[in-house]
Design a binder for this molecule. Structure first.
Ligand code: MG
Length: 354
């Protein structure tokens, strides 16, 4: 509460960062903006429940002719599945052949990345530590997938595990959210990565999964780290207890450790996500807003790419987190401060109803 009060006081001047987005300020902002990019979990919905007022706000933005895009690190759904969820929860959006064109998830963007990197490779395959949705997006761009689903240990010990047959033509190991992640899969991934030219790609470095019915709590973040979870292990601060399931970043780290190399990371805050949107939308960064609930992914992506940024307080990050970043001596943390904040994206509605 004290942090919120201090932030509100600091936000009185229009030139301060992290200003509360009043209806008046929102009207002025929206007049200068063509495109709004939204994170999904913690911004539009939590699990299967829409944030109250959020569907109405997005439908009002559509009615004003604003172009919308949805940028999510979640690799467990295809573009089409996200589009169906957006419509089901009342956020609108195109149906039919155009369904999903507004959605830029890490499954789809990983497919675009592999299409670029594997161009010219005959019959490329990927070993996928990930979901059927991730594999579906890769296969849609011509990358065949192997490895999805459970893989039990074969044989009696390490000697046997190392001799399980490998598929030919595997040019990349892709690590996404994989509830079937196992020692056998890790061993197989390592063997592919020891082959010349095999890429290692991670969909994102989120260290926790969102909870279906409420807030989720981010894990520790090292001072001076590049955001997106590339931190050395630290004890979590007392107010940040990691209660939630491990996220994809934990799996990427395991493969990186085994292979002794860094993965190419697709998800926010990597600029690649924005480049995917920009190429398809032809975006002018100065007339684009990024709206998110996480400072270290959504807001950092927006700041890095020269977008206007809005933090919504319906998800992970708090005004206290913003204050800590503003007060930090760390250059990387100082970037993780939004231009504006709202309690909820429903706060945009008054500016759209005038
Ligand atoms: Mg989120």
């Amino acid at each position: 509460m004290a942090a919120a009060t201090a932030m509100a006081a600091a936000a009185d001047g229009d030139d301060a960062r992290c200003v509360r987005l009043s209806a008046e300020r929102a009207q002025a902002l929206l007049a200068d903006v063509d495109t709004l990019l939204f994170d999904c979990d913690g911004v539009l919905w939590r699990g299967e429940t829409a944030v109250p007022g959020a569907p109405e706000a997005l439908r009002a933005l559509r009615a004003r002719g604003k172009r919308l895009g949805f940028i999510t690190n979640n690799s467990s759904k295809t573009r089409a599945a996200y589009a169906e969820k957006l419509r089901r929860l009342g956020f609108g959006g195109p149906a039919g052949p155009s369904a999903g064109l507004e959605v830029f998830g890490t499954a789809y963007c990983t497919a675009l990345y592999l299409r670029q990197r594997l161009a010219g490779a005959p019959s490329p395959k990927a070993y996928v530590l990930g979901s059927p949705a991730l594999a579906a997006e890769l296969e849609a761009v011509g990358v065949a997938c192997v490895g999805v689903g459970p893989e039990p240990l074969q044989g009696e010990g390490p000697g046997d595990w190392l001799h399980a047959p490998l598929e030919p033509d595997v040019r990349a190991v892709v690590v996404g959210f994989d509830p079937h992640f196992s020692y056998m899969k890790l061993t197989r991934a390592l063997r592919y990565l020891q082959q010349p030219g095999c890429l290692l790609v991670g969909t994102n470095m989120d260290n926790r999964l969102p909870l279906e019915n409420g807030r989720f709590i981010a894990g520790p973040c090292a001072p001076g780290q590049e955001a997106g979870g590339r931190a050395r292990a630290l004890s979590p601060p007392a107010d940040r207890v990691p209660l939630c399931p491990a996220g994809t970043g934990c799996l990427v780290r395991a493969v990186e450790m085994a292979a002794q190399r860094q993965a190419d990371i697709i998800g926010k805050p990597s600029r690649f996500m924005f480049d995917c949107v920009s190429q398809e939308y032809g975006i002018d960064p100065e007339r684009t807003v990024m709206v998110g609930d996480r400072l270290d992914t959504d807001i950092l992506l927006g700041v890095t790419c020269g977008l206007k940024t809005i933090l919504t307080l319906t998800g992970v990050s708090t005004l206290g987190d913003v204050k800590r970043n503003q007060d930090s001596d760390c250059v990387a943390k100082k970037k993780m401060v939004p231009d504006f904040y709202v309690d909820s994206i429903a706060d945009l509605l008054p500016a759209l109803q005038g």
